[in-house]
Ligand binder design. Sequence first.
Ligand SMILES: Cc1cc2nc3c(=O)[nH]c(=O)nc-3n(C[C@H](O)[C@H](O)[C@H](O)COP(=O)(O)O)c2cc1C
Length: 287
Amino acid sequence: MLNVEKKTCKYNEQACKYYEQFKAYAERILALSNDSLEKTINVALALCLVCAVLVSLATVALRPLQAHNKALDMKKNILDVAGLLDEGTNIDQAFKEKIEAKLVDLETGLYVDNVDVDDYDQRKAAKDPAQNIAIPVDKDIASIRAKAKYAKVFLVKNGDQLQSIILPVNGYGLWSTMYGFMALEADGQTVQSINLYDQGETPGLGGEVVNPNWRALWKGKKVYGDNGEVALTLVKGEADTSRPDAVYKVDGLAGATLTSRGVSNLIQYWMGPEGFAPYLNKLKSNG
Ligand SMILES: Cc1cc2nc3c(=O)[nH]c(=O)nc-3n(C[C@H](O)[C@H](O)[C@H](O)COP(=O)(O)O)c2cc1C
């Protein structure tokens, strides 16, 4: 011990001086009676310091694990909306084998190849003035204020054959901005599924957007009407299946008219000309 101290002193005189001062101080504090105010304050401070160091170390050490889990969760949401998630699915493997991520310039509807799609975070980009586009109030149907210039879409392919297109959507409900994915069949018109995976609506009311029974109602619905307008919408109560336009109507959520309106609005916005319509039109015209 003595040798180590000497060696430290040899190489770092100043550190050794501080160490000696600290040691003397600690010895003096520890020698005080347990009832002394000075000792109580010093022990409490030392405990705080140790805890702060431990929490900081844990935060830094767990950061890569957190990032991995976040990415895994997103892949799970995408596989879910694509209908590719079963119990026991190896998420990383299934995602790698079946899903291709692409960036789309929302204005032109063209793919963007000069930005690394794996590193791109659309939610972050939507909040960054250098990467987003402010939405004028009269066009902000989904009440989101700004959108990322580039959207990250996911293609589900079987070999060379496009099976479905997964589009990120978001819009304000009653209490929260809801984030999700909409999966369309390769025709860019027929709904496969919707997954509003991140929302803060009331559980049992607006929060029923995650209910599998309600989500199942979306399958087979059509997005665009005969004139290319976004016709898909939620209705108050149950959609009348005998009507010819039933293919464009989804049951509203009971006791959650405002959340339902928010879902209709986000569909209206993201499937429209300010959202994915230019991209979907290009896909359709390219066959
Ligand atoms: C505590 C509480 C939570 C509510 N949460 C929601 C909600 O998440 N989404 C929603 O649309 N309405 C919610 N509502 C109801 C709305 O305030 C409003 O009454 C409702 O949207 C009207 O729709 P309705 O005609 O379907 O009843 C909530 C009401 C209360 C009192």
